[in-house]
Design a protein around this ligand. Sequence first.
Ligand SMILES: [Mg+2]
Length: 421
Amino acid sequence: MEKVIFHIDVNSAFLSWEAVYRLKTLGGSKDLREVPSAIAGDKQVRHGIILAKSLPAKKFHIQTGEMVGTALKKCPDLLLIPPHYDLYEHASRAFIEVLQDFSPCVEQYSVDEAFCDMTGTVELYGPPMVTANLIKDTIYKNLGFTVNVGVSSNKMLAKMAGDFKKPNLAHSLFPNELKAKMWHLPVSELFFVGRATTKKLFSLGIHTIGELAATDPAILRSHLKTQGEIIWAFANGYDFSSVVSEAPRQKGYGNSITIAFDITDKEVAYQVFLSLSETVAARLRADKLEISVVAISLVDCDFNRYSHQCNLNSTTNITEEIWRAACKLFNQLWSGVPLRNLGIHTSKVTESMGLRQMNLFDLNMNYERMHKLDVAIDSIRDSYGDDAIFRASFLNSSLYHMAGGISKEKRFANYEGVTIE
Ligand SMILES: [Mg+2]
């Protein structure tokens, strides 16, 4: 039987969710989706970044990931709304639950995107496009926000179809529709083709997905290695990965963050690792555990993933020690390619004994002092919140000082002093 795969994507997720919350829960009457508005991190800080925007804001060419200052120059009346992560988690869960009513096999792909395997559901709901519209309308009726649904026989094509005209639409992209619906698109629109790859393809005279599909894969392989073969297969509509519904990932002692801009600078990467070390080490200390293996992961703009790990001489849960190990690994691993996502993962977890094997090479590190410092910082954050104390290096930084974990203040939006129209 031919597979039927759906990709469901919430339209302007963070903004839509806030809009619905204001309308339905806070009793507002102004729909943020109908005015130029954007969710932006820390609007007091001009370094804040646009996280999501409404369609009217898009008409002013406002882009996700750009600085608030730049966005305000394009549209001085842009309504800025702080992020509300707790709400996003709730809305995301409700969204996935609706999908689970329709399919036993749902794979959450990100906070606002999922794949559903709908093979064999024709008897239940009707033909695929009828079902796609039913899911779309059910989500709107029950939850109040719109989604786009992409329909095909594999995940990659379904995701491509999900990115066609928005909002609130269902599109199909079956293999026999590639020529009509996908091959005329610029090659940069293909899944897995980032900026660096687009440049390379342009230099080979390949501008559309159709031209890529018609290129000899051996030529692509010689210029782009394995990725060349993968994107050639995608351009021709082949993707053999299946939808995997997985149990919620077990919380390990690791953390990663996707940055809204490309990291091209070593110092910025160190800063990101520091904020990740803060959260990972704090969790270890809270659970009275130590680790002896530190690993880092990097994802570049073309979604290539790299990782590297090392064994420490002694077990630890000291923020600075984990951070130093991560920076050392980064120096060994990074080739200079622009990065989108950085992560720290720790393992070989043991109970904290409060003892430390002194080592000849450790003489210039005062572990006792670093440990006391961490304990003091933890107790201040416990009493007064995560933002009560942070390292001075974050003072003029657009990066949050505890990456991955979300501070209480940011998790629960404060509507005091906010007029809900
Ligand atoms: Mg989305």
